[in-house]
Design a protein around this ligand. Structure first.
Ligand SMILES: [Zn+2]
Length: 776
């Protein structure tokens, strides 16, 4: 407390003289991303960085000299000052780099600032590098021409996870070498250390392999690309591109200089149409094949029964490991349909020869996939490398030393950790940066779908609570993935990753008990000034009005709070008209007990954000206490059960947009306490149907009421037909009856427990997504 008040006083004094924006001096602060583990403002005078400040590295230490030069460049970018880099120590006005810190975490560093100078001491070169990143981010991005005043501080810092990754798919769209370097720079700015480079795809093979020149000559070019979401219409333009081995080596070196390891991915045995087009004899049917110009999962894969593919893969991987020194090589293993293998005599002969037998969980073809992965793993293990594969490699038995990348939720990582294998969290529930980050989808570029806003990324906890301490050690890290079907340009890559990468970096680096979303937003506001200075095309949705609703069942009102990251003034209307500066100014939480149509706008000189718009429909169940007999599915709980009576109807942006709640196992029974005896004659429940994703509507609705909460009387029971073909829609089911009085109402919503015969999942249970329950 004492330290804090001193800091405040100190800050006020300095602000009078020197705040960011004053003429000659700019004050640094340590409000950075990712947040260091421990930042202590200490007694003593501040340090002033000026034109005579020298960056000193130990004589003969080339690594620290390189880092010193990076620091000099960063400082020049923010201040315009060109600081001298030297191996000769001075008594004062220095930034001293050392790597003598003793710490169990090799990426740890300390940063100490006194009036005499700044010392960054790392447990390794990487630690020093993170130290200089912290220092540069402490400086205002627009301190051009100014001296920098650093309050005295002591920072001790180290990362939570050893694997801190970002992925980039260059198969669907190709990005030039210069941009890959920018991507690496952005990763370095966020203390990340693994660049997962997805190099091969159905839509294009992107890495030169000298032994197989056709891979890039033919396999890197598709004739045309589909327009929109597999619309059936094509642009008619050939599309291609690949990296030569020399370019890839240049990128590896560029990354290595910034303590980032490039992990290449050669995706096998599926996603191989690029390779099959070049070498059709490697497929089950022999082709011809075509580098494909649409998105999805395709039937033609490598023929696992053909010995030639193993020679082919061995030769490719031999060249890959020459380019990439990474201990890990990613071998994909995802989304490999087994249809061709089922019908291929060679594949069936291989199954027989290797005695691969189906069991109750896995088909013989699943076991064949495991056979392929295990053989490839052995090739790489023999060359001194290890494999990472997508979580499908768990199916049919895990290769002995494999690390699993869990993308279809977190279950793959849990299963791997329980088997004693390392795992990396990249769940598509939280870390797929190709999903939308705003609900204002009409005004942003088309994306693959889904909805993962910044706060959701920030809230991700990588270590599931049901793992034991020993199992938890196998969760070695976290990564976000950027699939580029709908990301054709570098500007759009920037837009999709920033600022969600900031939230990710704190998930990766900062201990979970130190994370705080509001503090993060304040620090993010500082970071985006750096983005502005760099000219990055980050998503402006962080400036959108942030609305939080609460149904206050004690007061019987809905409460709505509106805020913006930069405290821009907000104006609103309640009657659905478009607000402007003459409308009511928002000053405190709004609360209402009647239906309203709220629209709100934030007014700023430069940045326009969409109008916030939300209708609240009040009915007899709104804001009343509600209980369910079952928990929602863990991946689809969103804001929880109260969403069913919060006055906001689920909308048609998709079932993952947070306004719906999903269930899998049982019929649902909702018990609502209307708080007093109430006359009712109608109940309505919204459902979201998306049959392609195994989500069906309700089959029945049964209503019973009670006065005492014990004896219930059924007053209505209705059945509803199942969808008889594929559809995606919002469907409201409703039942009306003669008016009755009651205080407690039980609403039983019958789920589809057997998918119909026409559906590919016939006989299995369906998901059900519901929202607003209306009682009138
Ligand atoms: Zn085959």
């Amino acid at each position: 407390m004492k330290k804090k008040s001193k800091l405040i006083l100190y800050t006020i004094l300095l602000t009078i003289l020197t705040a960011c924006g004053a003429k000659e001096i700019s004050q640094a602060d340590y409000e950075i991303i990712p947040l260091p583990q421990k930042t202590e403002i200490v007694e003593g005078g501040a340090f002033v960085l000026n034109n005579s400040t020298v960056i000193v590295f130990p004589k003969g230490n080339a690594e620290l000299e390189r880092i010193a030069r990076f620091l000099s460049e960063f400082i020049q970018f923010s201040t315009g000052k060109t600081l001298t880099v030297s191996d000769t120590k001075k008594d004062e006005n220095t930034i001293l780099l050392e790597s003598e810190l003793e710490h169990e975490n090799k990426e740890a560093y300390t940063l100490n600032i006194t009036n005499a100078g700044i010392t960054i001491n790392g447990a390794s070169g990487a630690g020093v590098f993170y130290g200089i990143q912290t220092l540069r981010k402490s400086i205002c991005a627009d301190a051009e021409g100014k001296d920098i005043l650093f309050p005295a501080v002591s920072i001790e810092d180290y990362p939570r996870f050893g694997y801190r990754g970002m992925h980039l798919d260059v198969g669907r769209h190709f990005f030039p070498v210069e941009f890959i370097k920018e991507y690496i720079d952005i990763m370095a700015l966020h203390n990340m250390n693994k660049f997962h480079w997805h190099l091969t795809e159905d839509q294009g093979w992107r890495i030169e392999i000298k032994k197989y020149p056709e891979l890039t000559a033919k396999g890197s070019i598709r004739k045309q690309t589909v327009i929109g979401r597999n619309s059936g219409k094509y642009d008619g333009k050939p599309y291609g591109g690949f990296y030569t081995q020399a370019e890839a080596k240049e990128i590896v070196q560029y990354a290595q200089d910034r303590f980032i390891t490039v992990i290449p991915e050669i995706d096998l045995p599926g996603h191989m149409l690029g390779a099959l087009t070049a070498y059709p004899n490697l497929g089950c049917t022999g082709g011809p094949y075509e580098v494909i110009g649409e998105w999805g999962v395709f039937d033609d894969v490598l023929c696992a029964g053909n010995e030639d593919i193993y020679t082919f893969l061995d030769n490719i991987l031999s060249e890959i490991i020459e380019i990439f020194p990474s201990e890990y090589i990613h071998i994909g293993g995802d989304e490999c349909p087994k249809g061709r293998w089922k019908e291929c005599p060679k594949c069936q002969a291989k199954i027989k020869k290797e005695n691969l037998k189906a069991d109750k969980n896995h088909s013989a073809e699943d076991r064949l996939q495991s056979y392929v992965i295990s053989r490839v793993e052995k090739m790489l293990n023999d060359k001194g490398r290890k494999i990472i594969g997508w979580d499908e490699i768990l199916e049919g038995g895990l290769a002995p030393n494999a690390t699993v990348m869990s993308w279809r939720g977190i279950e793959g990582a849990i299963a791997a950790a329980k088997e004693g294998h390392d795992a990396i969290m990249t769940p598509n529930s939280h870390l797929y940066f190709d999903y939308y980050q705003t609900t204002d989808i009409e005004n942003v570029p088309l994306s693959i779908g889904g909805y993962i806003p910044l706060q959701k990324v920030y809230g991700f906890e990588p270590v599931p609570s049901n793992l034991s301490e020993n199992e938890a050690k196998h969760i070695i890290g976290v990564q976000a993935n950027l699939w580029t079907e709908y990301i054709p340009s570098t500007q759009q890559v920037e837009y999709m990753i920033m600022p969600r990468i900031d939230a990710l970096s704190e998930v990766q680096w900062t201990m979970s008990d130190k994370k705080d979303y509001n503090s993060f937003l304040n620090r993010l506001f500082k970071m985006i000034k750096l983005y502005d200075r760099k000219g990055y095309n980050y998503s402006k949705s962080i400036f959108d009005i942030n609305a939080e609703t609460k149904s206050n069942s004690d007061k019987g009102v809905i409460e709505l709070s509106l805020s913006t990251i930069d405290d821009a003034p907000v104006y609103y209307t309640l009657d659905g008209t478009t607000p402007n500066q003459k409308s009511n100014k928002y000053v405190e939480t709004l609360s209402f007990s009647e239906s309203v149509n709220v629209k709100a706008i934030a007014i700023r000189p430069n940045i326009q954000t969409p109008v916030y718009s939300q209708e609240f429909h009040i009915n007899k169940a709104t804001m009343k206490p509600i209980q369910l007999n079952v928990e929602p599915h863990r991946s689809y709980t969103f804001s929880g059960v109260s969403a069913l009576v919060d006055g906001i109807q689920g909308n048609n942006n998709g079932y993952k947009d947070g306004s719906w709640i999903g269930f899998y196992n049982n019929d649902i029974e909702a018990l609502i306490d209307l708080r007093e005896t109430t006359g009712i004659s109608e109940v309505e429940v919204g459902t979201y149907i998306c049959t392609g994703d195994w989500i069906f509507g309700a089959e029945s609705l049964t209503i019973s009421v009670s006065d005492d909460g014990e004896n219930y009387k059924i007053i209505s029971a209705e059945k509803y037909p199942l969808s008889d073909n594929h559809t995606e829609e919002v469907k409201k089911i409703k039942t009306s009856f003669l008016p009755v009085n009651g205080r407690y109402i039980k609403i039983k919503i019958g789920k589809t427990n057997k998918l119909p015969a026409w559906h590919s999942g016939a006989g299995s249970p369906a998901f059900m997504f519901i929202d607003e329950i209306r009682v009138n």
